[in-house]
Write a new protein. Structure first.
Length: 405
C-alpha cells in the first residue's frame, strides 16, 4: 500500500495538461463550496431550532396542566401542594391569563395579562395567617391609593409609546356589559426574544390583579411546572397525568411544540439531501479529471504493468489520487464553512422580521456531529466518483500502449 500511496502523491503533485488542471480545480472548488454550504446551512437550521427552544423554555412552562374544559381550577392550592411533592418537579406556579387592552401615550393595543402565583407575589394560603387574593378583593388594601404596577413587553411598550415610570390605562373584560378601566404605572419593560410574548404580554402580581376589577378573582387556569430535567419532561407529564386523572389535561413542552420542531428537523434533512446532491455533482469532476489523467498516464501504466504491478495496485494508485482531490476540497470546505459561521455570528448577518419568524436574529450553531457527518458524506461521494476511472486504468493493456509509443 505504501508504494501505491507514494506514486499517487507524486502524480498528484506533478504538472498536468491544461484541461486536467482545470477540471481538478473545478472539482476542488465545487466540493469545497458544497461542504461549506452544507455546514453553514446545518448550523443556521440548528441555531434557529436552539434559539426557539431556549426562548420557549425560558418563558413558558416545561409542563402545563389544564382542566379538561380549560376553565378555572377549583381547589388549586391542594393540587399545587400535591404536585410540588414530586422529586422530578422543580417548581409549580399557578397561572392565569386575561384578555385586556392597554391605552398608552401614542396608541392602544391588545394585551394579555399574565398573573403568576408564587411565594414572592405576597399572596399566601389562608393557613399561613396572611390574607389570600380573595380576601384582598373584599378588603381595602393599604396600598389602594397607589397606582397598580405592571411589567410590559418591550415591543408592546414601543407600540404604545410607554416606558418605565409612565402611566397608562388597562381595560379588562371580565364583565362584558361594563368593561373596567384601571390606571397603572409601568414598573419595567422586559424582552424575552420572542415576538409573540414581547408584543402582547403584561406581567402583573395577584394583588394588583385583584385591584384591577372587583369582579376579578385570582383562580388559576393552568399550572406552569418547571422540571429538573427538561429532556424527561414527557415522563414527568405521564406521572402527573396518572396522579390527576382524566379531569385534567397535561402537556409537556416537546408535545406542545412538536409541529415546530418536526418542521425544523425535516428542514435540516431536506437541506442535507439537496446539498449532498450538489457535492455529488461537484465530485463528478473528479471522475472527469481521473479519466483525463488515465489517458495521460497510459505509458506509465503500461510500464508499471510490465514491471509486475497488479490490477489492485493500479486501482489504488488512481483511487488515492482522486481522494487527494476530494480531501483538499473537503478540508477547504470545512475551513470556509466554520469561518462563515464565525463571521455570521460576529456580524449578526441573519436578521429577520420578528413579526414573521418570532426571532429578530438567528445565530449559527455548528455541531461537531453534523460536521463529521458532512465530512463522511463528502468522502463517500468522492470515493464513488473515483471508482470507475481507477478501474478503467487497471484494464489498459500494456503491450498495445508500449507498441504505440
Amino acid at each position: 500500500m505504501n508504494f501505491e500511496l507514494k506514486l499517487a502523491w507524486r502524480y498528484f503533485r506533478s504538472r498536468r495538461k491544461s484541461l486536467a488542471r482545470f477540471t481538478s480545480l473545478v472539482a476542488i472548488v465545487g466540493i469545497a463550496a458544497g461542504v461549506a454550504s452544507l455546514i453553514v446551512a446545518q448550523a443556521l437550521a440548528r441555531g434557529f431550532s436552539d434559539e426557539m427552544q431556549d426562548k420557549i423554555l425560558a418563558n413558558t412552562a416545561h409542563v402545563s396542566v389544564f382542566s379538561i374544559d380549560e376553565t378555572k381550577i377549583a381547589g388549586w392550592r391542594k393540587i399545587k401542594a400535591d404536585l410540588e411533592k414530586s422529586e422530578s418537579i422543580k417548581s409549580v406556579s399557578a397561572t392565569t391569563y386575561e384578555n385586556s387592552i392597554i391605552v398608552g401615550t401614542q396608541a392602544t393595543s391588545y394585551a394579555i395579562l399574565r398573573v403568576v402565583h408564587s411565594p414572592e407575589s405576597g399572596v399566601r394560603s389562608p393557613e399561613s395567617g396572611v390574607e389570600s387574593s380573595d380576601e384582598i378583593k373584599d378588603q381595602k388594601p393599604e396600598t389602594e391609593d397607589r397606582l397598580i404596577e405592571i411589567s410590559i413587553g418591550a415591543i408592546l411598550a414601543g407600540k404604545t409609546g410607554l416606558k418605565k415610570g409612565d402611566e397608562a390605562q388597562i381595560i379588562t373584560f371580565e364583565n362584558e356589559a361594563a368593561p373596567q378601566t384601571s390606571n397603572v404605572r409601568i414598573e419595567e419593560t422586559f424582552q424575552t426574544g420572542l415576538y409573540e410574548y414581547d408584543s402582547t404580554w403584561i406581567y402583573i402580581s395577584p394583588e394588583s390583579f385583584a385591584r384591577l376589577d372587583q369582579t376579578l378573582n385570582f383562580t388559576p387556569t393552568v399550572f406552569s411546572i418547571s422540571v429538573k430535567d427538561i429532556y424527561r419532561a414527557d415522563e414527568t407529564a405521564r406521572e402527573i397525568r396518572a396522579s390527576l386523572g382524566e379531569s385534567f389535561r397535561v402537556l409537556d413542552w416537546q408535545e406542545a411544540n412538536q409541529p415546530l420542531f418536526a418542521a425544523l428537523s425535516l428542514e435540516r434533512k431536506v437541506v442535507l439531501a439537496i446539498i449532498s446532491l450538489i457535492i455529488f455533482i461537484a465530485a463528478l469532476n473528479i471522475t472527469t479529471t481521473l479519466a483525463l489523467l488515465v489517458n495521460e498516464r497510459r505509458l506509465d501504466i503500461a510500464i508499471l504493468r510490465t514491471c509486475g504491478a497488479r490490477t489492485k495496485n493500479l486501482v489504488f494508485i488512481f483511487l488515492f489520487e482522486g481522494l487527494f482531490l476530494g480531501f483538499l476540497g473537503i478540508f477547504g470546505g470545512v475551513v470556509f464553512g466554520l469561518l462563515g459561521c464565525f463571521a455570521g455570528n460576529y456580524f449578526k448577518i441573519i436578521n429577520l422580521p420578528a413579526e414573521v419568524y418570532s426571532l429578530r436574529y438567528i445565530p449559527f450553531h455548528p455541531n461537531l456531529t453534523n460536521v463529521l457527518l458532512i465530512i463522511l458524506i463528502a468522502f463517500l461521494l468522492c470515493l464513488a466518483a473515483t471508482v470507475y476511472p481507477a478501474f478503467r486504468a487497471s484494464q489498459i493493456k500494456p503491450l498495445e500502449n508500449l507498441r504505440n509509443h
